[in-house]
Design a protein around this ligand. Sequence first.
Ligand SMILES: NC(=O)c1ccc[n+]([C@@H]2O[C@H](COP(=O)([O-])OP(=O)(O)OC[C@H]3O[C@@H](n4cnc5c(N)ncnc54)[C@H](O)[C@@H]3O)[C@@H](O)[C@H]2O)c1
Length: 332
Amino acid sequence: MGATLVTGGAGYIGSHTVKLMLRQGYDVVIYDTLELGHKQVLKYLPGAKLVQGDIGDGNLVANTVKEHGVDSVIHFAAYASVPESVAQPVKYYQNNIVKTLTLLDALNAGGIKHILFSSSAATFGEPQYSPIDENHPQKPTNPYGQTKLDGEHILHWYDVAFGIKSISLRYFCAAGADPEGELGEDHTPETHMIPLTLLTALGRRPDIKMFGGDYPTRDGTGVRDYIHVTDLGQAHILGLEALKNGADTTAYNLGNGRGYSVKEVIETGRQVTGKEIVATPAPRRPGDPAELVASSAKIEKELGWKPQYGDLPTMMRTAYQWFESHPNGYEG
Ligand SMILES: NC(=O)c1ccc[n+]([C@@H]2O[C@H](COP(=O)([O-])OP(=O)(O)OC[C@H]3O[C@@H](n4cnc5c(N)ncnc54)[C@H](O)[C@@H]3O)[C@@H](O)[C@H]2O)c1
């Protein structure tokens, strides 16, 4: 078995996935600019090699593939902030599309035939029904979601032209941290609901904003599907194995099939931390759907994926444990 190149492997989801891969005997080469990732994760990923570089550097990608005997790739590297993508679409097209094309060309030249791709629930846009399955129309409502959908389409055509088989995993909201407390979520700026709630509990933010209180949901606040980052990591390993066993190019939605409202997240945050969390109502944000919940039935049935840490208190407890023990993130 050759090595697996993990682009963006020093980031949040990438590092958690690499930890599981190492446990399961994979030879891993992390390929990351470290612009948003953290070199410190390597301390907890013994055996993983790091190549510090940009996916837009085709020569370095090609050399890395050759030098390390890479035969499969997980492509996490991307920019991933919806509001930033609306403000700076070019930045997102450059990194997520233009550089992905350079990466894919270098991988194709290097004979790579198996690729796992980080897609997103953001490819679906406004839900037409719930839970969202793989047949739901994909009509993104922001440049970030559009770049992820374009990535799926590009991979489809790479299969047609070059026989490269890929699996696109469309994650809903990744959450939680390494149950062993070594790896966690360290995004700057942080934009995700669960870390923002917990950082408020720790007094590092004055309050948590509840955008929209008049949605047609059970308590009026928006409902999202959260998936534990370790469960997400395991899905990537199942995907790699499936490709190695001859699976065809396809896509899977990944959530835990259960939505939690903003109010439920904040209330669970209060229970898990035992701390007061000031929640401030705010107007709806444009483009935020009322509810985003995944059906993961396809990946459960076809790849045998089963979430181990799917309940909200566990997700929040693991995240909180890491925030408490790393008050300054990986720098601390
Ligand atoms: N976090 C979520 O809830 C979520 C949901 C759906 C999809 N995703 C997707 O999952 C992937 C990982 O997300 P994350 O939350 O771990 O993000 P992250 O920012 O923690 O990790 C991304 C990593 O990619 C690296 N990177 C970015 N551009 C690069 C480039 N041009 N060359 C090399 N490295 C580069 C960054 O330095 C970083 O380490 C992304 O593709 C994202 O779009 C994330």
